[in-house]
Design a binder for this molecule. Structure first.
Ligand code: PNS
Length: 159
C-alpha cells in the first residue's frame, strides 16, 4: 500500500511506487481525499495524473479513500505492508509516529525506502509553489503533471 495525498504526484512518488512494484506482487496507490484540506487538484484529477504517470506499471492499481483509517483500507485490500519513501530526517520524524500508530492499531508494518537523493528537494507543495511563480519543474514531475500545472497557473481561475 502506497498511501498519500498525491496533490500532485511527483517523480519522487513515481520512484518509490516503481520500487515498491518491483518488491511486491501488487501495489495499491491509495489517494487520500481530505475535504477539509482542499488541495490544488481534485481527487479525480490526481487519480487521472497518477494513471498517466504509472501506466507502465502493470501490477499497480489506484484507489481513493476518505473518512476512514488507512489501516482499514490496508485490511480490506489484504495489504502486507505500507511502503513510504524517506527524503530525510524531517520525513522520518513525520512518518515514524504514523508507522507506530498503524502497527499499534492493526499490526501492519511500514517499510521505508530511502528516497532518490536526486529528488530529495521534490515535494508536492514546493512543486506547486515553484510552478505558481513560473519556475521550471521539468524532470521533477511527470510531463502530464507539468502540463496540468502550467494550465492551472496560466488560467485566471488559478491565480
Ligand atoms: O501524502 P501525505 O499527505 O503525507 O499522506 C498522509 C496519509 C494519507 C498517509 C495519512 O494522512 C493517512 O494515513 N491518513 C488516513 C487517516 C489515518 O489513517 N490516520 C491515522 C494515521 S496514523
Amino acid at each position: 500500500m502506497c498511501p498519500g495525498s498525491y496533490d500532485p504526484v511527483t517523480m519522487g512518488h513515481v520512484d518509490v511506487i516503481s520500487r515498491a512494484a518491483a518488491l511486491y506482487d501488487e501495489v495499491v496507490v491509495a489517494v487520500l481525499h481530505n475535504p477539509a484540506k482542499g488541495g490544488a487538484f481534485s481527487v479525480e484529477e490526481r487519480i487521472k495524473l497518477l494513471h498517466a504517470a504509472l501506466a507502465d506499471l502493470l501490477n499497480v492499481r489506484i484507489e481513493a479513500f476518505a473518512g476512514r483509517l488507512l489501516v482499514d483500507v490496508c485490511r480490506e485490500a489484504g495489504a502486507q505492508a505500507i511502503v513510504k519513501g524517506l527524503r530525510g530526517d524531517t520525513d522520518f520524524a513525520y512518518e515514524l509516529p504514523m508507522a507506530q500508530m498503524n502497527r499499534h492499531l492493526s499490526g501492519v508494518e511500514t517499510v521505508f525506502l530511502p528516497g532518490d537523493p536526486q529528488l530529495g528537494h521534490v515535494s508536492s507543495s514546493l512543486i506547486k509553489e515553484v510552478a505558481a511563480f513560473g519556475g521550471d519543474i521539468t524532470g521533477l514531475v511527470p510531463e502530464e503533471v507539468r502540463a496540468a500545472l502550467l494550465l492551472r497557473f496560466q488560467s485566471p481561475e488559478g491565480s
